[in-house]
Design a binder for this molecule. Sequence first.
Ligand SMILES: *[C@@H]1O[C@H](CO)[C@@H](O)[C@H](O)[C@H]1NC(C)=O
Ligand SMILES: *[C@@H]1O[C@H](CO)[C@@H](O)[C@H](O)[C@H]1NC(C)=O
Ligand SMILES: *[C@@H]1O[C@H](CO)[C@@H](O)[C@H](O)[C@H]1NC(C)=O
Length: 410
Amino acid sequence: MHLQIFFFLSLPFLILSTPTPYGPRRSPKPFDTTARPGFLDWNRLRPDSFLKKRDLHSVEHFTNPPPIKRRRSPETSPSTSLLAPLEDRATPGQWSNMGGLGSYHPSAISWGPGRQDIFYTHRNDRRCYHRFYANGGWSQDWADLNGSCDFAPSGCKRRPNYMHVFCKGTDGQCWHRPYNGGSWGGWQGLGGSVRYYPCSCSWGFRHVGIYVCSPDRQLWGRQYDENTGWGNWANMGGSLAGAPTGVSWGEGNTMMVVMGDDGQAWTTMTNNGAATWTNWQSMGGSLDAPPAAVAVNGTMSMFVTGTDGAVWTRTFTNSTGSWSGWMNMGGTVMDATPPDVTATDSRNMEVYYTSTGGAVYRKKMTGGTWSSSWENMGGSVASKPSSVGWGPGNIDVYGIATDGSTRRCY
Ligand SMILES: *[C@@H]1O[C@H](CO)[C@@H](O)[C@H](O)[C@H]1NC(C)=O
Ligand SMILES: *[C@@H]1O[C@H](CO)[C@@H](O)[C@H](O)[C@H]1NC(C)=O
Ligand SMILES: *[C@@H]1O[C@H](CO)[C@@H](O)[C@H](O)[C@H]1NC(C)=O
């Protein structure tokens, strides 16, 4: 009886103390490593409402949206609430509170040594905020890039001083804002109809691709060329259950890795700048969240959160065209959050996940060998981790805490 009352009373607090911005864990079950046929034919394109004309925001509206009634005034100064005991000085990482009021997860990118750019969608006013690290210091405060975004933004570096930020607008279409050689261009509506959040990936200094899941779960992609501008949207088929992931190991190459509606990982790849894509291939697995991936020097490794709560990985080697089997890396990942990965080369990388308790864990591959156990980096975040390599030996990881502040581990 006492136990029952305790359980009943503590349930709301348990839920409050482990917020999951991505959804509850699918029913816990063992990880199935076998590749299975999909529910649908992934290579047969289906008619889609993706390009249907709808009531879309004008550029004016999106660039300067009417204020949303705020629950609180926007916080841009570092907040000190909810600091976990390990926050100040964790081993092996060190944490700082960058303030702000973000939602979901931050996007962290670097266009070159010594440079970092962090983006988030504001919890209340839905605008995109940006802060950067350059010349050894942080920009004064979070800059309001305006916009009216739904879910997390996706930043993409193209070459030094050139980057892009994408988001799903509150009107459902994909929006884009370029940073060209030192200043921001205006927001531009790219059309389409986005489910979840977009993913962007550059496959050469002139090129960037944007990939989104459509209302009926197909993958759509659109390519930008610095010389000729934006191409048309292309339907890439499939049947996705989460935001897509795209990575590139060099000129013309992009590998897409997605979570299917059947819980498996699925992949498709191009080696000719998205002119043609290979047929979708089912990879097996039982995913609890969209995959993370990294591509370097003709190899691509995906990292997924399994329905068993552990991190699993598989690697593709381009020269042999072959996949390794699934490897169980262990861990206890927060419900429905993807891990994250950053590599310095194909034999040196770091994988991060946010644990059920909000601490961030790391596993390192050094010279091709994985460290034996996960290191507790401390911290207290409520989002998936977003890591970024910004120079030799420098990998930072970011997350958003329950109070909306962005936390940095360095
Ligand atoms: C952003 O919005 C503010 C008003 O909220 C406006 O004054 C400013 O011009 C906008 N910035 C850009 C770059 O459009
Ligand atoms: C890249 O891969 C090729 C062959 O797969 C290998 O010979 C070369 O050493 C690798 N380069 C680096 C920098 O790892
Ligand atoms: C990857 O393999 C494809 C097909 O064998 C080949 O065309 C391409 O050049 C390779 N790319 C790299 C970077 O190894």
